[in-house]
Ligand binder design. Structure first.
Ligand SMILES: Nc1ncnc2c1ncn2[C@@H]1O[C@H](COP(=O)(O)OP(=O)(O)OP(=O)(O)O)[C@@H](O)[C@H]1O
Ligand SMILES: [Mg+2]
Length: 338
């Protein structure tokens, strides 16, 4: 049994998987909104209350009894980069990472938690090298997330970054793709090659910005704007295209960042062009976002299915229909299988 919790800025998502032989089965899932500060901004004891209470409630409602959970750190708060090392043994790479990390990460080592992953041995490079993914976060950030979980009576057994988790549930193992997690506060972009994270970037434009644009442009309040965004989205036919006209410029900002990420990956890292854009995150539920982005970018765009490798009852599948985009990170965390 394994439980993954994705604490977003707007909603907490939870997934419990059971493993038998090599197969995973969905046991439980749920999502809950919360108001209050997100974990990275928590300081005072009382600030922790809304989020901890929401997490407790979600656990109870989803009927999850396993207290061992894996959690993710928000991409905007962590540091991820790929570094080329000479072709050393895995052990030598581990020590090289340790000794040379200071050059690559902007956090003093005494305050950082670091992880690395060997991505590929590149024999065709001159000289041949090994591409290594380095991930670092402030210790203090990790402590805040772990504290939220322990205050809710849970035991944190795994921590990783959102994109590393998401790649596990969404990335195909035989292609290069770009994935965009469009949440509330931010959009996280990942380029994944053969199921491994090669490139990541986080931008502060997502669902909240979409709602603000609709509210300002149509002169309505945030609650109504949220509803318009969800109901009419980017559809030309609705409300004389007024909602679409408000949203288009913001969606274009996201599209431009996707273009830049692909361009950077191709020019600086000599990577091959991603075959498609996979969308996930709550805001990817916006009507007509697929054709709109596909037109802006001139590439295939699909909504990711994080449950594609997971077995579930037909009834459960039907009840989750339309909510798939919420669960990519939580499923990826539960797939760690700890
Ligand atoms: N059907 C929908 N259509 C459009 N937007 C939606 C829909 N459902 C949810 N959203 C938007 O998705 C956002 C929440 O998504 P999600 O739960 O992925 O964010 P989060 O993980 O809390 O945020 P972040 O990843 O930025 O920390 C909100 O902005 C919400 O308005
Ligand atoms: Mg999120």
């Amino acid at each position: 049994m394994s439980v993954g919790i994705d604490i977003g800025t707007k909603t907490i998502k939870i997934v419990e998987l059971a493993k038998s032989a090599a197969k995973f089965r969905l046991k439980a899932s749920g999502a809950i909104g919360y108001t209050g500060l997100e974990p990275e901004r928590l300081n005072d004891e009382k600030d922790y209350v809304p989020i901890v209470e929401a997490l407790k409630k979600l656990f109870k409602e989803a009927k999850i009894y396993d207290k061992k959970v894996s959690i993710s750190l928000p991409e905007s708060q962590v540091f991820t980069r790929t570094v080329s090392f000479p072709q050393l043994t895995d052990q030598e790479i581990s020590s090289a990472v340790k000794w040379e990390a200071e050059q690559y990460i902007p956090i003093p080592l005494s305050e950082a938690v670091m992880q690395h992953q060997v991505l590929e041995k590149r024999d065709n490079m001159n000289p041949p090298d090994v591409l290594v993914l380095l991930v670092a976060a402030q210790k203090n950030l990790v402590e805040k997330y772990v504290r939220v979980v322990s205050l809710a009576g849970l035991n944190c057994v795994g921590v990783e970054t959102e994109l590393l988790a998401m790649i596990r549930s969404l990335a195909p193992i035989d292609q290069t793709v770009i994935i965009a997690d469009i949440g509330a506060k931010g959009t996280d972009l990942a380029i994944s090659k053969n199921g491994m994270l090669i490139f990541s970037r986080s931008i502060p434009t997502a669902g909240d910005a979409f709602t603000r644009a609709v509210a300002q442009s149509l002169g309505i309040n945030a609650v109504q704007a949220e509803q318009y965004k969800r109901t009419y989205g980017l559809s030309k036919e609705q409300l004389e295209g007024k909602v679409k006209a408000a949203l288009d410029p913001i969606v274009k900002i996201v599209a431009e960042e996707i273009k830049k990420a692909i361009h950077f990956y191709q020019s600086e890292e000599k990577g091959e062009s991603p075959t498609s854009l996979i969308l996930t995150g709550g805001a990817s539920g916006m009507p007509d976002i697929v054709p709109t982005l596909s037109k802006f970018l001139g590439m295939e765009v699909i909504i990711g299915n994080p449950f594609s490798k997971i077995e579930m009852d037909l009834k459960v599948a039907a009840s989750l229909q339309g909510y798939y985009p919420l669960y990519a990170v939580a499923v990826g965390l539960a797939l760690r299988g700890e």
